[in-house]
Unconditional design. Structure first.
Lengths: 370, 423
């Protein structure tokens, strides 16, 4: 018996320890998870994507529902101001992504101008890697390709592009997630808005792309919205999510995140959990906030605080709640955790690096719709 | 000293000799050593030149990892499968590279391999001890990259004198397919390995058993070669053979049939492999391969071919470990490939020129990393081999590498030659 016990112990000691499972969830997978009501990295199923007909999270209008499938516009704070962002990719315990090539067909001669078909539409671009790849990322290095006119549906893949190329010119670096057809920002109808402040956001647009012979859709979030090393490795910034310890477990709170000070230029972010202790959340007065206040155990607030001001500070974390009690001292009397700089003043042990990274694209930052 | 080290494994029945020698260690008598110890080997001196920059990486193709969208193994220059270059122009790769001799497109002499075999087989017991030590002098842009490799080291036991049954323990050749039989430059008809050799010809550490049943009336035999090893049958550049990273061995086997007539020989076999991928640490992530092979030999002509289908499941955690170091992720991968080789030994000899052999090979490979486009390539190889003095093989061949789909066209044809001195 003793020998068997020793053997079992030895076998157990020999068993390899399994590292954390690496996950990657491009937008199509986030849609799938929303349909399956799957929680990803402790985020609620509708955190990333709101399906058509489903309630829009944080939306102040009761019963407001998404008209189409789209990325959930998440409220946030950055540099002490309301911000908004969407998450188009999520990775867990995954190496940081690499920049990948996007080939853009240009005129064969003369000024560098995108090739157009006879109907005036631009010829589709070509992504070097599709979203099924372990190494897919929405961070691209544009290569402008001088070539003879291509068919209206473009060239099928990298090989065809390089065969047709007469000159390759390195271009800018766009951030373009591959998406399902017709995908965009989740909205109730009309323009997408910041869910708490109702600040209008700019619409997003995209186009058609060829990838290894297939055709897909993408959304273009613009240029220079991520940081990359000279070798092509995309560098993360930080995004802070508030948590509390509940029964010894770190529990994610449904509160707006805090974006890094450089988030506009760094759409790839690593999640850091901020463990709240005695801090409290500002929840505006009013019946529509009652459920939220109860859920968060938030302190009472002065109903005299103007709605516009209250909405701008809704769900913002303050170090104490004493300043909530009087419209006279609100908000200047509060000490807020609403910027990267403010969070960095907390004890380091309360800021916990996680294995979760994401494409977090700011849509509203420092009062400016992007 | 070397003799003493080797002989120390010989067995207890020779203990009396130890006493006779009156030394602390065992040294066989000179007569016994001559009887049981054989020292053989070869040196392979090459000369090669490749097109382009010596690699398969095309300028302008900046997809990452760079080794996923091309066949980096195509511009091979020697029997080890080393390529002229793996220069990616600074692009990130993820552990799917051959070893390189680093010559780029510069014509260069190469000392491909210096190989020493030590074989100790006492006549009185059915045991063989074998070691193959190889030195590969290399120079890369990073400086000297010479390697010394204990390519094989195993003991073999034949427990029954009445049966053709052998059990080997240690590091030994693959049992999958037939190309491993030609791993060494002195045994290979041509110079370079096929495009599927990377999956089937690696050595690994473990145990294997071989059994052959003869049917003399039918001029036939059936054989079974089966192994349980740390890494399977992939070459060491892709998967370390020296330890199991998952704790579970990889099984591989070949079932063969052979017909041995006076003028005609035919051999065919089917092979399989199944077990955890040994380039990552999770035992649930599997590799699977099946293959078939055929060899025909008649009247100086020989034709042989092999086909392989291999599937790697995707790794589930970050980290990929190969014989060349740490990479990021073990991606899902599938490949199907085959080759056909034909050789004709001309029916004449002249003085010390013993054989003249013309040979050619066609390779085809279709591979796909998860989420990447399928890469389809082929290769035509033509060559000439001269055997002189009984111990020198002079070989020259030209490789025409073609990218059919997925990978950009790139100049990566190779001329290579080799003089193999055996001893």
């Amino acid at each position: 018996m003793r020998v068997m016990a020793c053997l079992a112990a030895a076998l157990a000691a020999c068993s390899p320890t399994h590292p954390v499972r690496a996950e990657r969830h491009p937008t199509a997978a986030l849609v799938h998870s929303a349909r399956a009501l799957e929680t990803l990295a402790d985020f609620h199923p509708d955190f990333f994507v709101t399906l058509a007909g489903e309630p829009l999270p944080f939306h102040p209008t009761p019963g407001a529902r998404a008209a189409e499938d789209g990325w959930t516009v998440q409220p946030a704070f950055a540099r002490g101001q309301p911000a908004a962002y969407v998450v188009s990719e999520l990775w867990v315990a995954h190496p940081d992504p690499w920049i990948q090539p996007v080939y853009i067909l240009m005129n064969a001669t003369g000024e560098l101008v995108r090739q157009k078909a006879d109907d005036g539409r631009v010829v589709p671009i070509v992504f070097g890697v599709g979203e099924e790849s372990t190494f897919y990322s929405p961070y691209w290095q544009a290569i402008l390709v001088r070539a003879q006119p291509a068919p209206p549906d473009g060239l099928p893949d990298t090989r065809a592009v390089l065969e047709a190329a007469t000159e390759l010119v390195e271009g800018a670096k766009p951030l373009c997630p591959i998406t399902p057809e017709g995908f965009g920002l989740a909205r109730a109808g009309g323009a997408a808005v910041h869910p708490l402040t109702q600040t209008p956001l700019k619409p997003v647009s995209g186009g058609r792309v060829r990838i290894d012979g297939a055709t897909a859709a993408y959304i273009d979030f613009g240029l220079d919205r991520f940081l990359v090393t000279a070798g092509g490795l995309v560098l993360p910034t930080r995004i802070f999510f508030f948590t509390r310890m509940v029964n010894g477990q770190r529990t994610l709170l449904e509160l707006p995140a805090v974006l890094a000070n450089n988030a506009v230029r760094s759409g790839y972010a690593r999640r850091f959990d901020v463990v709240l202790d005695h801090e409290t959340v500002f929840v505006p007065a009013g019946g529509q906030w009652a459920a939220v206040r109860a859920r968060l155990g938030a302190a009472a607030t002065d109903p005299a605080i103007p709605t516009e001001v209250a909405n701008a500070y809704a769900l913002r974390v303050a170090k104490t709640s004493t300043c909530f009690a009087s419209a006279a001292t609100f908000p200047m009397g509060c000490d807020w955790l609403d910027s990267e700089s403010a969070i960095d003043l907390l004890e380091p042990r309360r800021i916990i690096r996680t294995e979760v990274t994401m494409t977090a694209v700011p849509l509203l930052f420092a009062g400016e719709a992007l | 000293m070397v003799l003493a080290l080797l002989a120390s494994t010989a067995g207890a029945q020779e203990a009396d000799d130890v006493d006779d020698n009156g030394s602390d260690g065992y040294t066989p008598s000179e007569a016994v050593a001559h009887e049981t110890l054989r020292l053989t080997g070869y040196i392979d001196v090459g000369f090669a030149v490749a097109e382009g920059n010596g690699s398969s990486f095309a300028a302008g193709d900046i997809r990452l990892p760079a080794d996923y969208g091309v066949d980096a193994f195509a511009p091979a220059v020697n029997s080890r499968g080393d390529v002229a270059s793996t220069d990616t122009r600074g692009l990130f790769t993820n552990g799917f590279l051959p070893r390189s001799v680093g010559i780029g497109n510069r014509p260069s002499f190469l000392l491909n391999t210096g190989s020493v075999d030590l074989r100790f087989a006492p006549a009185s017991v059915p045991v063989l001890v074998f070691m193959r030590l190889q030195v590969m002098p290399r120079f890369l842009p990073t400086g000297d990259a010479t390697r010394v490799d204990l390519q094989q080291a195993f003991g073999r036991l034949i427990p029954f004198a009445s049966h053709e049954f052998a059990v080997s323990l240690g590091k030994f050749d693959s049992v999958f397919g037939i190309e491993y039989l030609e791993n060494e430059a002195n045994l290979r008809t041509g110079i370079t390995p096929s495009l599927i050799a990377r999956y089937t010809t690696g050595q690994s550490l473990g145990v294997k058993a071989f059994y052959r049943l003869q049917f003399p009336d039918l001029w036939s035999a059936l054989s079974l070669n089966i192994a349980a090893t740390a890494s399977g049958t992939r070459i060491e550049a892709l998967s370390t053979p020296h330890q199991s990273l998952t704790g579970v061995p990889v099984g591989s086997a070949r079932l063969g049939y052979e017909l041995n007539l006076q003028k005609v020989q035919a051999k065919l076999g089917v092979s399989g492999l199944y077990g955890p991928r040994n380039d990552q640490t999770n035992r649930e992530v599997k590799q699977l391969a099946v293959g078939g092979d055929l060899r025909l030999s008649l009247y100086g002509f020989s034709v042989l071919g092999e086909i392989v289908r291999l599937v790697d499941e995707p790794g589930i955690a970050a980290g990929k470990l190969t014989g060349q170091g740490l990479a990021e992720l073990a991606s899902g991968f599938t490949v199907t490939g085959f080759y056909v080789t034909a050789a004709w030994t001309l029916p004449f000899s002249a003085g010390h020129l013993e054989h003249v052999t013309l040979y050619g090979r066609y390779d085809h490979r279709r591979a796909k990393f998860e989420g990447f486009g399928q890469v389809e390539v082929d290769r035509f190889t033509a060559g000439l081999r001269l055997d002189v003095f009984g111990q020198l093989a002079i070989k020259a061949e030209y490789l025409v590498n073609r990218e059919i789909a997925g990978a950009p066209n790139v100049p990566n044809d190779v001329f290579t030659s080799s003089a193999v001195f055996s001893w």
